[in-house]
Design a protein around this ligand. Structure first.
Ligand code: SAM
Length: 237
């Protein structure tokens, strides 16, 4: 066995337990030892996209695992099915395509159901894009609000941004590369020009890049329309 895995050798998935397992957001090196152990020893892995999870398992040299597709569509039925497996004594690991499950990813209904039915749930913490970006932004971190993906409609987006206008901590937003420029334009019209913005693109990946500056100096060319983005809004400069 790998000498590092000795550190958590005793961490074997327990019967009837749901493990919420964080996986890397790009760099495979960010998988944790506990995540490997749980994925290795659980009876079943509930995942968003089997192909993506199979890629991760293959990199970790884990084979022969039962995969169960768990998505937002039909989540209620899938949650019920997994609950039954857990109640029959199986150990289940819930993963998403990247990062921490439930954080802008499926899984909420399953964890709610397990909590209500007293099924043990264990977190296996690891990467999350929101916290990774916040940790290096230099923005206030004593209080922050995670807004996730804002609604697509401009009016609804604006309503939420306005509601947090006077918040003194940091706002964290996930945005698609196709809407990132529009979001920055909207921020310019909603917040004061000296408000600081931090943009983290492709965290932990080959093309990882960061932009930090005030809204009035922000240039659209800093945001190519591809890759994954986290946008943080901080205080005035
Ligand atoms: N559960 C994930 C987490 O813990 O961060 C988030 C999943 S959500 C479906 C995907 C969004 O997270 C992306 O659209 C992007 O906003 C953000 N994201 C995920 N990976 C990222 C990365 N490597 N760099 C920047 N943003 C990322």
């Amino acid at each position: 066995m790998d000498p590092y895995l000795d550190l958590c050798e005793h961490q074997v998935a327990q019967p009837g337990t749901l493990y919420v397992v964080a996986t890397p957001i790009g760099n495979l090196g960010d998988i944790t030892l506990r995540a490997i152990q749980i994925l290795r020893t659980c009876d079943c892995i509930a995942c968003e996209t089997p192909r993506t999870t199979l890629g991760l398992l293959s990199a970790l040299k884990i084979s022969g695992k039962a995969l169960f597709t768990y998505r937002d569509e039909g989540e209620e039925k899938s949650a019920q099915h997994l609950l039954e497996r857990l109640q029959q004594g199986q150990s289940v690991a819930l993963v998403s395509d990247a990062g921490t499950p439930i954080i802008s990813d499926p899984g909420y209904r399953l964890t709610k159901l397990c909590q209500e039915r007293h099924v043990p749930i264990v977190p296996i913490p690891g990467a999350s894009a929101a916290i990774s970006a916040l940790s290096i932004s230099g923005f206030p971190s004593h209080q922050f609000v995670f807004l996730g993906f804002l609604p697509i409609k401009k009016g609804h987006k604006m309503q939420i941004l306005k509601a947090y206008h006077d918040f003194k901590g940091t706002l964290i937003i996930y945005e698609s590369p196709f809407r990132i420029r529009k979001l920055l334009e909207l921020l310019k019209t909603t917040y004061t020009p000296k408000r600081l913005v931090f943009i983290a693109r492709e965290l932990t990946k080959l093309n990882e890049s960061f932009y930090r500056g005030t809204l009035d100096t922000f240039n659209q060319t800093s945001c190519p329309e591809k890759g994954e983005y986290v946008v943080l809004i901080g205080p005035e400069d």
